[in-house]
Design a protein around this ligand. Structure first.
Ligand code: PLP
Length: 431
């Protein structure tokens, strides 16, 4: 398997180099040159395979010779060390909990998979330490910190905006120590992101550090998200109905992995991009005009993205053809008030407690099924409700129980280094 930059101005690379680099030298996202098609018999027999076997079949073509068969199987089984329960909400609506991992965010799967691949490449080559530099608005930092903890040869530096992440999120990224460091930035998430981008272009920094990124632009984090869609199909196949999947979307990495699976032959009938009022993609699907905007803060803040990085990959999957995109993807956007009403409605219907992101996914699915009532739907639950405890407790007028993992981490002591500007980051990285 070969990966080319979507800016068409960099040499093609294998899986290994794409994971180590993160972004191509021309700043384009890496994309597989040819999308493999899986056999009909694999899908016919999927119910007889376990999760690890399914994941292996889904991703092996993308990794091929860069990691041995046995090592890849080991990486997969370590990555998937928790469950992905599917809950029935109503006659035609199911939800899949993607958040049973160590940091209670769906990003755990991508972070764990990427960390193990990178650790493997680094060990094999005994090369210099790799520095993973990542900016977070909350959830990415925790998942990356946990995923990379104790991985040999890799240092992780997380930049987060001071006082703009929740207490749980802050503890998740500042209490692990060892090879994980947290930089508390006096500024916004956009400032953190800007500083990270600048570092990647700074010759003084690159000379001293082998830098890579760990957000969903990295194929090591993006591709394993395919697994959820294969698992969902395995579970819902027996219903014999056309299956539609709604994905609460921000940077559009998760849904893009779903669309890639469909292109590989996975029999999902249709995808729904559900967003908050940061609705660049739903608006594009209505107007055929892609207009990025500055992001607006909402209660589903992991989706407050004004210019989704992975949109170019979605366009590529469908040969940049608007009609083709529309035939597989619909989009809907919802306000914070609608989201809160949905949290209540889901609870009344099923006693299931959804976080705000999942609730947006539920609303998108409901809108689509209203006009396509012969189909069956599933929405992705992307975060555990306790990660957004304030909104959920207030909306449902009840107290949530904290899981043990969270109780332990809240007691730990925060360790961070405060920085105010790029110069301070640069000094930190050079020292
Ligand atoms: C990151 C995140 C999203 C958005 O996922 P993308 O792949 O960026 O579209 C949705 N919900 C939660 C809880 C997240 O953390």
């Amino acid at each position: 398997m070969i990966y080319a930059s979507l800016n068409n101005n960099s040499p093609s690379v294998t899986f290994k180099d794409a994971v180590i680099r993160g972004l191509a030298p021309d700043k384009g996202l890496y994309f597989p040159k040819k999308i493999p098609k899986l056999s009909k018999s694999f899908f016919d027999n999927i119910e007889s395979l376990n999760e690890n076997e399914i994941a292996y079949e889904a991703i092996k073509h993308y990794v091929n010779f860069d990691i041995s068969k046995n090592e890849l199987k080991k990486i997969i089984s370590e990555t998937l060390s928790f469950n992905f329960p599917i809950i029935k909400i109503s006659e035609k609506i199911y939800s899949m909990e993607l958040y049973q991992g160590p940091t209670l965010a769906f990003k755990d799967v991508g972070a764990r998979f990427m960390a193990r691949c990178l650790g493997y490449f680094n060990k094999k080559e005994r090369s210099n330490k790799i520095t993973v530099l990542v900016a977070t608005s909350g959830d990415t930092g925790g998942a990356v910190a946990d995923g990379f903890l104790d991985v040999d040869g890799i240092n992780v530096i997380i930049l987060y905006p001071s006082k703009k992440v929740s207490e749980i999120q802050e503890k998740q990224l500042t209490t692990l120590g060892k090879n994980i460091s947290a930089l508390e930035v006096n500024g916004t998430f956009d400032d953190c992101q800007e500083m990270v981008k600048k570092s990647f272009l700074d010759k003084d920094i690159i000379k001293k550090n082998k830098l890579t990124s760990a957000n969903s632009i990295n194929i090591g984090r993006w591709l394993p998200q395919m697994f959820y869609y294969f698992f969902a199909y395995k579970y819902l196949k027996k219903t014999n109905k056309p299956i539609v999947i709604s994905v609460p979307s921000g940077n559009f990495g998760n849904i893009c992995a779903g669309l890639l699976s469909k292109k590989m032959g996975l029999p999902i009938d249709h995808f729904i991009a559900s967003t908050n009022i940061n609705d660049v993609v739903p608006r594009y699907l209505k107007t055929n005009k892609y207009c990025p905007e500055p992001s607006i803060q909402t209660i589903s803040n992991a989706m407050d993205v004004g210019n989704p990085s992975n949109f170019v990959r979605i366009a590529k999957i469908f040969d940049n053809n608007f009609k083709k995109i529309k035939s597989s993807l619909s989009g809907f956007q919802f306000s914070d008030n609608q989201t809160k009403e949905a949290i209540k409605e889901i609870y009344e219907k099923s006693k299931f407690i959804s976080d705000p992101h999942g609730a947006v996914g539920y609303l998108g699915l409901k809108s689509y099924l209203k006009i396509n009532n012969d189909k069956l739907g599933l929405f992705m639950g992307t975060a555990h409700p306790v990660k957004f405890i304030d909104v959920v407790e207030k909306t449902l007028d009840m107290k949530l129980k904290l899981p043990e993992k969270i109780k332990t981490i809240i007691k730990k002591e925060k360790k961070s280094t405060k920085i105010n500007n790029y110069k301070e980051l640069k000094n930190y990285l050079i020292e």
